[in-house]
Design a protein around this ligand. Sequence first.
Ligand SMILES: Cc1cc2nc3c(=O)[nH]c(=O)nc-3n(C[C@H](O)[C@H](O)[C@H](O)COP(=O)(O)OP(=O)(O)OC[C@H]3O[C@@H](n4cnc5c(N)ncnc54)[C@H](O)[C@@H]3O)c2cc1C
Length: 285
Amino acid sequence: MQVLNNFDLTDYNAYQLKAQCTVAYFPDTENDLIKIFSENTQAKKILLGGGNNIILSKAYYDEQFIIFNNCFNKVEINNTEIIAQAGATTLQINNVALENELTGFEIFYDIPSSIGGAVVMNAGTKVKEIKDILEKVRYIDLQDMQIKELLNKDIGFEYRNSFFQKHRDKVVLKAWFKLKQGNYNTIKKIMENEKNTRWDKQPRNFPNCGSVFKRPKGHYVGQMIEELGLKGFSIGGAKISEKHAGFIINYNNATGKDILDLIGFIQKKVKNVYNVDLEIEQRVI
Ligand SMILES: Cc1cc2nc3c(=O)[nH]c(=O)nc-3n(C[C@H](O)[C@H](O)[C@H](O)COP(=O)(O)OP(=O)(O)OC[C@H]3O[C@@H](n4cnc5c(N)ncnc54)[C@H](O)[C@@H]3O)c2cc1C
């Protein structure tokens, strides 16, 4: 396991906000994780997957970070089932699924994520969410340091929400996905279409963390913000994307505060005009 002191988190959060933490652990095994959580129990610990849905609100963290990025990422295959450790990426699963002509995971091709993060967030699109292909999850319960498993039906999946998001003392270790036999060319085509359609609409030339807000019932976030004339509006280095108003981009050395101030500003405007309370999808750390 790698343990790095005074670690620079800039490349570990998709907004590319500049921040540092006292210690960063990159675990390789379940035993590493048990060790991290059993030792030095007074130190506060923060989990990161790919950092694609987080806002680092501080420039320096006294907390220790446990980062599932480029580690703890083994992927196994058992007939039409793919079993992945929490640090594996959606892209890794897509590649394994494609090589083995398994279908069902294509829509996650362009959602940057670790498997742990995808389960916690119930990542997905209007068409499909992680809950639709997940069988079960293995996790450490930090309450009693026991390793446990939960079946899909017991994970309380909701739109961008799950049991694991409500219980921060559970660490996702592994997930089992049930796919179906498919055809190489068809799978590849769906993946590429998915990517092209999304890149046409989303601001991929600046650091961002995807949609900032959850979709409120009966409204489209991007549409409301656009109607308010806020496309391109900025606070500090954070800007509402000109390409898609539901995205905030780091266009000029933004800080976490810039992003949070811009979010607060949007929430206020939308509440005043539409009487809608926008809920942040991204996790503020
Ligand atoms: C360009 C872009 C497009 C996006 N499009 C979409 C989209 O279409 N749909 C969508 O749903 N999301 C989208 N997102 C958001 C993001 O991709 C997802 O939320 C993703 O699942 C986050 O995974 P992550 O590994 O990066 O998690 P992180 O951002 O690292 O963490 C998210 C939360 O999960 C917790 N966590 C991470 N790993 C674990 C673990 N092993 N155990 C317990 N808790 C853990 C963290 O503490 C944090 O609270 C997009 C992001 C970007 C940058």
